[in-house]
Design a binder for this molecule. Structure first.
Ligand SMILES: [Zn+2]
Ligand SMILES: [Zn+2]
Length: 232
C-alpha cells in the first residue's frame, strides 16, 4: 500500500496497477488488475482504516483483461458503481474474447505482447453501470475529468483527478524504463495522438497501468517525450 500523493494509493494487482482515491463521499478505485487480485484492494482499504463497503466507484481506463480481471469479485464484495467508455463495455460485459491488438514498435514490446496479451482469454463478466462520455467531469472525489485516448484500445480513457492534479494514464503509455509506448496497440496513429493530447495537459502526478507512478512534475516529462518541441 504505497502512497503516491496525498489521497492516492497505488494497489499492485499482478503486473498491473490499480489506484485508490480517498474522497469525502467514499473511496474510488481506478482499474481492477488481473484476476484473483481483489485481496490487494481490500487490504489497501483496510490499511486506511476503512471497510470495503466504503468503495463507491470503480472506474476503468479500458476493458482489457489486466484492468478488469478482479472487477466482478470487487463489485460483489463492495457494490461499487462501475464506469467505462461505451466502446469497451461489450468486452467487460461478455468477459471476452477481447479485441485483437498488435505489438507496439520494438523487439521488447513484440515479445511482451505475445507473452501477456491473450485476446481469447475468458474472465468473469462485469456489468457496467454508467458509460463514460469524452470531456465530462465526473462529480466524484471533487472532480474527475474523462479524456478519450484511443490507440492502445478504442474505448480507453485517461482520467484527471482535478483536486490532486493527478493523471491516470491507463495504457496510453507505460513508465517501465522511463515513459514509453504500451506493449500493444490497435492503432499507432491514434495512440500517438492520445500521447500528444496528454502531453498538452497540466498535471503534477501521473499513474500508469504498468510501471512506476510519478509524484511530481509529471506533465513536464510528458511534454519532453510527446510535446510539440519533441521530435522523438
Ligand atoms: Zn490494455
Ligand atoms: Zn494494461
Amino acid at each position: 500500500m504505497k502512497r503516491v500523493i496525498e489521497g492516492v494509493r497505488v494497489v499492485l494487482m499482478g503486473m498491473a496497477n490499480a489506484f485508490l482515491i480517498e474522497g469525502n463521499e467514499g473511496l474510488t478505485l481506478i482499474d481492477a488488475g488481473y484476476p484473483g487480485k481483489e485481496a490487494a484492494v481490500f487490504g489497501t482499504i483496510r490499511g486506511l482504516g476503512r471497510s470495503p463497503d466504503q468503495l463507491k466507484q470503480l472506474i476503468f481506463t479500458h476493458g482489457h483483461p489486466d484492468h478488469i480481471g478482479s472487477a466482478a469479485a470487487i463489485v460483489r464484495e463492495t457494490g461499487a458503481r462501475t464506469y467505462m467508455h461505451p466502446l469497451d463495455i461489450p468486452m467487460a460485459e461478455s468477459g471476452g474474447p477481447f479485441r485483437p491488438m498488435r505489438a507496439a514498435p520494438g523487439l521488447l514490446r513484440r515479445v511482451m505482447c505475445k507473452l501477456f496479451y491473450h485476446p481469447d482469454e475468458r474472465l468473469e463478466p462485469v456489468a457496467i453501470d454508467q458509460p463514460l462520455t469524452a470531456g465530462e467531469i465526473l462529480p466524484i472525489a471533487g472532480g474527475i475529468e474523462v479524456i478519450h485516448t484511443p490507440g492502445h484500445c478504442a474505448g480507453q480513457v485517461a482520467l484527471l483527478w482535478r483536486p490532486g492534479r493527478m493523471l491516470f494514464a491507463g495504457d496510453v503509455c507505460t513508465n517501465l524504463m522511463g515513459l514509453g509506448d504500451p506493449v500493444g496497440i490497435e492503432s499507432l496513429t491514434e495512440g500517438r495522438a492520445s500521447q500528444r493530447k496528454l502531453a498538452s495537459l497540466s498535471f503534477d502526478a501521473a499513474g500508469f497501468g504498468h510501471g512506476a507512478p510519478i509524484a511530481r512534475d509529471a506533465s513536464t516529462r510528458f511534454r519532453n517525450k510527446w510535446g510539440k518541441k519533441s521530435f522523438a
